[in-house]
Design a protein around this ligand. Structure first.
Ligand code: CP
Ligand code: NVA
Length: 299
């Protein structure tokens, strides 16, 4: 059966851990200058209907580093963007390439596409989740602080796609996730019910950060929510990760953010650019985590 990576829980906890360990090894191998051509003659199609810096560059560079090729397909250029049915596109594109990465607005479209694809489909961000980012985040935590099992993670801000995937990661990697969001911006109820044993919905950001080993946030308005920016700035004003908030966490707590970030909104400049922040390592690790994912799916 074709393996897909549409949500973190598509893979077993063991497989996820194996991917993280492999990612750390691939990073060392790359930095040592050793060549790895494991994906020679393989092609990854990358379908985007939303902007991207990290995801596009990391998948494309990752395929090059493994001896393969990546194909950038913007919805402005392919017939899918002009209304060719998802199912027809899935059948045709998957008949020509070895894997397909998709960043499209609707999570359901990724699921439909995967049901008609003969090759692995990777969710590169949907309105529901962002599993590739969590591979990089878990890799980064492990590199800098060892296992995340039994630790406390604080999610501050919007109950969005990143928050949902952190909920899934809490179960898969065995940590407790404290979530603080403004009222009306909680994660989807289906996620709250499914991951209830691994999360605490907190009354405020301070409580969520109490004794946390890792503090994570994301933009207040995600892609597609630009018209809500002003309304959200008011709703989220008490949910900025700043020095005062980081002081509620453990003294050696790490800060992460998937980026792009808005300094002065969800995070203060002195936190994201400060000593506790691992955001640059986290971004770089997208490259190695996804190479490990591609090897796993195409292996
Ligand atoms: N974090 C992330 O997915 O970044 P991009 O939107 O730049 O790909
Ligand atoms: N929540 C953000 C993540 C960007 C990587 C968005 O969906 O725009």
């Amino acid at each position: 059966m074709t393996k897909h990576f549409i949500n973190l829980n598509d893979l077993s906890n063991n497989d996820l851990q194996q991917i993280i360990d492999q990612a750390i090894a691939l990073k060392k191998q790359h930095k040592s200058g050793e060549i790895n051509n494991a994906l020679q003659n393989k092609t990854l199609a990358m379908i985007f209907d939303k902007s991207s810096t990290r995801t596009r560059v990391s998948f494309e560079a990752g395929m090059t580093q493994l001896g393969g090729h990546a194909l950038f397909l913007s919805d402005r250029d392919i017939q899918l963007g002009r209304g060719e049915p998802i199912i027809d596109s899935a059948i045709v594109i998957s008949s020509m390439v070895d894997a397909i990465m998709m960043r499209v607005s609707s999570h359901d479209d990724i699921t439909t596409f995967s049901q008609h694809s003969s090759v692995p489909i990777i969710n590169a961000l949907s309105d529901e989740s962002h599993p590739c980012q969590l591979l990089a985040d878990m890799m980064t935590y492990q590199e800098y602080n060892g296992s995340i099992k039994g630790k406390t993670v604080a999610w501050i801000g919007d109950g969005n796609n990143m928050c949902h995937t952190y909920m899934q990661a809490a179960k898969a990697f065995g940590f407790t996730l404290n979530i603080a969001t403004p009222k009306g911006y909680e994660p989807e109820q289906s996620f709250v019910s499914q991951y209830a044993d691994f999360i605490n919905l907190c009354a405020d950001a301070q409580t969520a950060c109490d004794n946390a080993d890792l503090v994570v946030t994301d933009v207040w308005a995600s892609m597609g929510q630009e018209s809500e920016q002003t309304k959200r700035e008011t709703a989220f004003k008490d949910f900025q990760v700043n020095t005062a908030l980081m002081e509620s966490a453990k003294s050696n707590a790490i800060f992460m953010h998937c980026l792009p970030a808005h300094r002065g909104e969800e995070v203060s400049a002195n936190v994201i650019d400060g000593k506790q922040s691992l955001v640059w390592n986290e971004a770089e690790n997208r490259l190695h985590a996804q190479k490990a994912l591609l090897l796993f799916l195409l292996g």
